[in-house]
Write a protein that binds this ligand. Structure first.
Ligand SMILES: Cc1cc2nc3c(=O)[nH]c(=O)nc-3n(C[C@H](O)[C@H](O)[C@H](O)COP(=O)(O)O)c2cc1C
Length: 182
């Protein structure tokens, strides 16, 4: 089993086509997400698959947040709409809160592993994804729409899933600059 190509295949997709991803693929990705390591077996990740209706409401909030600062052109508004509505699925990832900062930090690490597992599984099925932490992910209105109690859980990202354009290659640091044998 050579899993190495998957690490290169997983790239953040920014432009999604309006094409549905089979639910079996999503289910497999969630099984992978649930297999992530976590210290003290806290299993701190939670996922919600958001309906189109709720996504539209979240888009309205995002639009409102953006237009607080600047007036958006019609094409910029359409671009934002497509960004949020074109992906086949939008999964909200949240983390169970803890009053212990050490556990919170380790739990965020575990959630990150979980999200990466999900995205790698999707990449294996030739499906693109994007982890977004844009402002709308933090809005109290978003919490209300998707029924998350912010005292108990923190939204740590929207995971957009679908078929789309592979982005241009990015320059990564050379291994020698991030790793040494001492
Ligand atoms: C915690 C986290 C939050 C991110 N939030 C955003 C975001 O809000 N908007 C965005 O365009 N990309 C976001 N990304 C994706 C990164 O920009 C992307 O991973 C980076 O550009 C490297 O590209 P690659 O994923 O194709 O390797 C996020 C990634 C991580 C790990």
């Amino acid at each position: 089993m050579n899993i190495n190509p998957i690490f290169e295949q997983r790239r953040t997709v920014h432009e999604f086509k309006k094409e549905k991803v089979n639910d079996d693929i999503i289910d497999r990705a969630l099984v992978a997400a649930n297999l992530a390591p976590c210290h003290k077996l806290t299993f701190p990740w939670r996922y919600k698959d958001i309906s189109v209706e709720k996504r539209k409401r979240i888009f309205e909030i995002s639009l409102e947040l953006k237009t607080q600062k600047i007036k958006l052109s019609r094409s910029a508004e359409t671009k934002l709409y497509d960004k949020m509505m074109n992906p086949s699925h939008m999964i909200v990832a949240s983390q169970i809160k803890s009053s212990n900062p050490v556990i919170e930090k380790e739990d965020y690490a575990a959630c990150s592993c979980s999200i990466q597992n999900m995205m790698l599984s999707l990449a294996h099925d030739n499906v693109g994804s994007k982890w977004s932490t844009s402002k709308v992910t933090k809005s109290p209105n978003t919490y209300e729409i998707i029924n998350i109690n912010s005292d108990e859980e923190e939204i740590i990202g929207f995971i957009y899933i679908g078929y789309g354009k592979t982005p241009a290659e990015i320059k990564r640091p050379k291994i020698e600059s991030v790793f040494s044998r001492i």
